[in-house]
Design a protein around this ligand. Structure first.
Ligand code: TIU
Length: 233
């Protein structure tokens, strides 16, 4: 499959699938289901579920097209030695990271709440990056994985738009990666932050990246597959 072009804001986004990775950010039960970290922070977690179906559509498409798929999870070691006190202190003791909740210890690796939601479960062979911070590059081997695969472009989806998705895109942008964000496959606890978060990415000529929809990305892949079939028939 050669280069693809996806309609996007502020301008069409061209990329080579062989040099593109799909990054699924933190689609974990702790953020999407009641009783986890998102709810402990005082949020209505039901807002985030709207991103599950578009993320699933992107995953299906990426797997079909042979794109490099990487999942991330935000969370900490059981002894919390990798959790800064500034992060721990933000919530009352009974609701903070490491406290026991209905899905196990909040935002701790290995606990049920830390898992990715079943609809978007990683397949064997798809790397899962455990990150202690908001950005997927911070204190992880993500950049090494991307470099080893000669990845130049990233499709970045997941939650939340203005926190971990944004931080990861900013980190990726500084490292020279071209980022495409399917807005409907991202979500925030705050409608206005989601909306403005997406606008911030595409503003100023695409200062951090480009914004599109999961349907536009799928359509570009399907059109390319049709062209390939037409050539080989
Ligand atoms: N609170 C919030 O919106 N997000 C996070 O704490 N982490 C991620 O975005 N994954």
């Amino acid at each position: 499959m050669g280069s693809l072009v996806v309609p996007a804001r502020p301008s069409p986004f061209a990329f080579q699938p062989a040099r593109t990775a799909l990054l699924m950010i933190d689609m974990q039960r702790d953020f999407l289901e009641p009783g986890g970290f998102g709810e402990a922070l005082g949020n209505d977690v039901s807002r985030l579920r709207a991103a599950i179906a578009p993320c699933r559509a992107l995953l299906d498409m990426a797997r079909e097209a042979g794109l490099f798929v990487i999942h991330t999870r935000e969370g900490h070691r059981a002894d919390l030695s990798d959790a800064p006190s500034a992060k721990l202190e933000r919530s009352p003791p009974e609701k903070r990271i490491g406290a026991c909740g209905p899905m196990g210890r909040i935002l701790v690796r290995g606990e049920p709440g830390h898992d990715i939601v079943p609809e978007l479960a990683p397949l064997p062979g798809e790397p899962v990056i455990d990150k202690p911070g908001k950005g997927a590059f911070y204190q992880t081997d993500l950049e090494l994985m991307l470099r080893n695969r000669s990845i130049a472009s990233l499709v970045v989806a997941g939650v939340t738009t203005e926190v971990c998705v944004h931080t990861t895109i900013r980190e990726a942008n500084d490292r020279g990666y071209r980022c495409l964000v399917p807005g409907d496959a991202c979500a925030s606890y705050f409608a206005e932050f989601h909306e403005v978060g997406l606008r911030m990415i595409a503003a100023q000529g695409g200062i951090f990246g480009s914004v599109t929809t999961s349907a536009e990305i799928r359509a570009a892949f399907m059109a390319a597959a049709d062209r390939t079939e037409g050539t080989t028939a």
